[in-house]
Design a binder for this molecule. Structure first.
Ligand code: PSV
Ligand code: MN
Length: 414
C-alpha cells in the first residue's frame, strides 16, 4: 500500500481546487452503509454444481458472525438481510436471534420471504392459479411482517419467481390481478415506519413471462399501493444494454427508489462481485444517487438519503468472506468517485451545451485514484486501512475452516 498519506494530501488539495469539499466527502464516506445478505455467506452454486467452500456458514449464527467480521473489517456493513425460512431460528426464537446480532455489533436489515422454494410453488406463489397456494404464499409473507417487528427490521424485500413458461399456460391478466390484490393485503400489514421493497426481474426461472418483469411494473404497483412501497433495483435483472442509471434517477425523482441489490453480470443474472465486470456502470449509478444526495431537489434528495444499499451475490468458486469484503470496498470506491464529481463545474458545462467538456468532467472524476482518500477515511474510522489484507492476517478464515469444516453444498443457499 505504500505511504498513502502523501498521496492523500495531493489528492485532497487537487479536489479542493476543483471546488470539492473534501471534509464533506469524508463525512459522506463514513456514513455509507452496505447491507450484506445472509445467503451470501452460505454455499451456493449454479444449476450444474455447488462447490463447497471450507468454512462456509450453515447456521444463521455463523452467517451473523461472518457479517459482523465484514463490518469489523470495513466499518460500513453494519446490517445483514435475512431470508425466511433459511434463517428461521430454532423454536422461532427471534428475540435470541436479534440479541445474537446486537451482541456482535450488527443489526438485522431487510426480511426476505421465500415463496419460490417449495414444491407447491411450481406454478407460482401469489400469481398461482390455485387460490389455496396463493393463500399459502400470502400467509408466509404476512408472517414475515410480524418477523420484521421482532427483528426490528424496517424493510420487507419482495422477490417473486412467478411467471409462465409457455404462451397460453395461464391468463396473464388474471395473474396481474392476483398479485395486485395480494400485495395490497401485504401492504396493509406492513409494520409502522417500514417499507415494502418491490424487486423486479425480467426472466428466470420463468422463461416465457414473468409476473413482475421490470421497473415499470414495480413502479406502477408501488404507486397503487402507497408511499411505503418502493422499487428495488437488482443490477442483474435487466436486459443487456439497459441504462440502469437512468432508471435509478427516474425513480429517485419520483420518490420511489427504495433499494439496491448490488452484484454484477456479464450475461444474465450472474450474481458476480459488484463492480467486477463494469465498474464504470456502478460509478454512473452512484453518480445519479450522489447528485440527488448533495442537491436540493425533493423528493430526490430525501429518497437518495434513505436508499437501502444491499448486496445480492453468490460466491460460487471463490471464498465468500474476502469476496464480500471486496464487494463492499467496490461500492465504497464507486461512491467516493461519485463524490469527487465537481458538480458546479459539471452543471455549467451542461447548461452551456458543452458536450465533451461535461463528459470529460464526469469521466475525469471516474479516473481519480481515490484509494489514498479511502485509506485516510478508514484510518479516521478506526478500521483497517487495507481490509482484505487485514482479513487475511486475522486468522478468521483458518478458524472457521477448523470449526465449521466443509458443509454439504447440495442444499444450495441453506
Ligand atoms: C433470484 O434472482 C434472487 O437472486 C433475487 O434477486 C432475490 O433478491 C434473491 O434471489 C434472494 O431471494
Ligand atoms: Mn436480488
Amino acid at each position: 500500500m505504500g505511504d498513502y498519506k502523501a498521496a492523500y494530501e495531493i489528492l485532497a488539495a487537487d479536489l479542493a481546487e476543483q471546488g470539492v469539499d473534501v471534509d464533506a466527502v469524508k463525512e459522506a464516506l463514513k456514513r455509507q452503509h452496505i447491507e450484506t445478505p445472509s445467503w451470501g455467506y452460505a454455499n451456493s452454486g449454479t444449476r450444474f454444481k455447488a462447490f463447497a467452500w471450507p468454512g462456509a456458514a450453515t447456521t444463521t449464527e455463523q452467517k451473523l458472525d461472518d457479517a459482523a467480521m465484514v463490518h469489523k473489517m470495513t466499518g460500513i456493513a453494519p446490517s445483514v438481510a435475512v431470508h425466511i425460512p433459511w434463517d428461521r431460528p430454532d423454536n422461532d426464537d427471534y428475540d435470541g436471534m436479534l440479541q445474537y446480532a446486537e451482541e456482535r455489533g450488527i443489526s438485522i436489515g431487510a426480511v426476505n420471504p421465500n415463496v419460490f422454494q417449495d414444491d407447491e410453488y411450481k406454478l407460482g406463489s401469489l400469481g398461482n392459479p390455485d387460490p389455496a397456494i396463493q393463500e399459502r404464499a400470502l400467509d408466509h409473507i404476512l408472517e414475515c411482517c410480524t418477523i420484521m417487528d421482532k427483528l426490528h427490521s424496517d424493510a420487507l424485500s419482495l422477490w417473486f419467481a412467478d411467471g409462465t413458461n409457455y404462451a397460453g399456460q395461464d391468463n396473464l391478466r388474471a395473474r396481474k390481478r392476483r398479485f395486485e390484490g395480494h400485495l395490497a393485503t401485504v401492504y396493509d400489514h406492513l409494520p409502522a415506519n417500514s417499507r415494502m421493497l418491490i424487486e423486479y426481474k425480467f426472466f428466470e426461472p420463468a422463461f416465457y413471462s414473468t409476473d413482475l418483469p421490470d421497473w415499470g411494473t414495480a413502479y406502477a404497483w408501488s404507486l397503487k399501493l402507497g408511499p411505503q412501497a418502493q422499487v428495488l433495483v437488482d443490477l442483474g435483472h435487466h436486459a443487456q444494454g439497459v441504462n440502469i442509471e437512468q432508471i435509478v434517477t427516474f425513480l429517485l425523482d419520483e420518490g420511489r427508489l427504495g433499494g439496491f441489490h448490488f452484484n454484477n453480470r456479464k450475461y444474465a443474472d450472474d450474481d458476480l462481485i459488484v463492480g467486477s465486470v463494469n465498474p464504470y456502470e456502478l460509478f454512473l449509478i452512484y453518480n445519479e444517487l450522489t447528485g440527488a444526495e448533495v442537491g436540493d431537489d425533493e423528493p430526490a434528495k430525501s429518497t437518495a438519503l434513505n436508499v437501502a444499499y444491499m448486496l445480492d451475490q453468490c460466491h460460487n468458486i471463490e471464498g465468500k468472506m474476502a469476496a464480500i469484503i471486496y464487494s463492499v470496498l467496490n461500492c465504497q470506491e464507486a461512491y467516493a468517485k461519485a463524490l469527487c464529481v465537481p458538480r458546479a463545474q459539471l452543471a455549467d458545462a451542461q447548461a452551456a451545451g458543452e458536450v465533451l467538456d461535461a463528459h470529460r468532467i464526469l469521466t475525469d472524476a471516474y479516473r481519480v485514484d481515490v484509494r489514498p482518500l479511502l485509506m485516510q477515511v478508514r484510518e479516521e474510522m478506526g478500521v483497517p486501512v487495507d481490509p482484505i489484507a487485514a482479513y487475511k492476517a486475522s486468522g478468521y478464515e483458518e478458524k472457521i475452516r477448523k470449526e465449521r469444516g466443509v458443509a454439504d453444498a447440495s442444499g444450495g443457499f441453506q
